[in-house]
Design a protein around this ligand. Structure first.
Ligand code: PMV
Length: 330
């Protein structure tokens, strides 16, 4: 099955939009139980289910319209060169929704991360684009359908369709119609996520390639998948009972296991930098002093801290420049 087959199943035949412009906003998300390995590369179907929390205020707003001719892509007000990897990935995705070959899209995305955060995110980007397309074409899709379409752009985007805690079901069908995200009803107003920006001097390995290498060659890949299944249950329990120690411990250990599996691949996949490790050691020192703070990290050098509101002042003092996110604003 191809992405096009899935789009046809969800939307039916493609028609020209009735409106001039569509708009969508989506927050990026932090996976507490991570997606790292695919059961289907074409459809971005994950090997395991994953769980995230959306990062309020770290998102993308996308406006989309159609015109005759080639696509035009703008990121934060600046035109993106059509030959760049970013524009090509977007054009490939837009091809799925082109009613006629002569139709071009104008896509304007503003990443609403605090300035200079260095957190360009495919999760919020593709989720906001799908919401904008739904608005433009007036498809009236359900959350489940929007999540599936966002997944075709980037796996983690399937979870960014929602705020709060979100579970993405791995599913088992070959067309992936049972692989979509769903929000949990639980809120946790005191929960905080600290985003620590670590600048990398070199561009890292993309998540697609990182996953591929891990699945093909890491001796720990199978145990990583097994661990994910157990971690997901532990995290769901921790969220339901608001047990922060379990939430923090399982999230941190899940992130470390993902990075360990990736590191053991060949060629090796290492996302951490020296400064990331400095942050890790600081978190462990703080915990040693009795402060409940944990970390997570994704396919890049940035560190995300997990803690409760009462530790905010201490975290600000220990990590100058940290951006503190409230995933459950009042
Ligand atoms: O959605 P992708 O293909 O960029 O992969 C995301 C991978 C991680 O961010 C490391 C984990 C996750 O579940 O978000």
């Amino acid at each position: 099955l191809t992405k096009r087959d899935v789009v046809r199943k969800i939307i039916g035949s493609l028609r020209l939009p009735r409106r001039d412009e569509g708009e969508g906003y989506a927050n990026t998300n932090l996976a507490l139980c991570k997606y790292w390995g695919k059961r289907d590369e074409e459809l971005n179907l994950p090997a395991t289910s994953s769980l995230s929390v959306s990062l309020t205020g770290f998102g993308s707003r996308t406006r989309v319209s159609v015109r005759e001719g080639r696509d035009r892509v703008e990121l934060n007000g600046k035109p993106v060169p059509p030959a760049s990897a970013f524009a090509r990935r977007l054009q490939d995705f837009l091809d799925l929704f082109r009613p006629e070959p002569s139709v071009g899209f104008v896509v304007q995305t503003e990443n609403q991360m605090p300035t200079g955060a260095g957190l360009a995110s495919s999760a919020s980007g593709f989720a906001s684009l799908v919401l904008a397309l739904n608005d433009l074409f007036g498809w009236g899709l359900t959350g489940r359908e929007l999540s599936i379409l966002a997944r075709l752009g980037s796996g983690s985007a399937s979870r960014s369709v929602y705020d709060g805690f979100v579970i993405w079901h791995a599913g088992s069908s070959s067309d992936g119609m049972d692989s979509y995200a769903e929000p949990l009803s639980h809120r946790w107003p005191e929960l905080r996520v600290g985003v620590l920006i670590v600048r990398a001097e070199t561009k890292g390995i993309g998540s697609r390639e990182g996953m591929r290498r891990t699945a093909r060659s890491s001796p720990y890949y199978t145990s990583w998948l097994e661990k994910c299944r157990g971690d997901l249950d532990l995290l769901l329990g921790a969220i339901a009972s608001r047990d922060f120690a379990v939430l923090g411990r399982v999230s941190e250990s899940n992130a470390l296991a993902m990075h360990a599996a990736a590191l053991a691949a060949w060629p090796p996949v290492l996302y951490l930098r020296g400064a990331s490790l400095g942050g890790v050691q600081k978190v462990w020192r703080l915990r040693g002093e009795g402060h409940p703070v944990y970390f997570s990290m994704d396919a890049g050098p940035n560190l995300k801290l997990l803690f409760l509101d009462r530790l905010s002042e201490r975290i600000r003092a220990e990590f100058p420049g940290v951006r503190i996110v409230r995933p459950f604003p009042d």
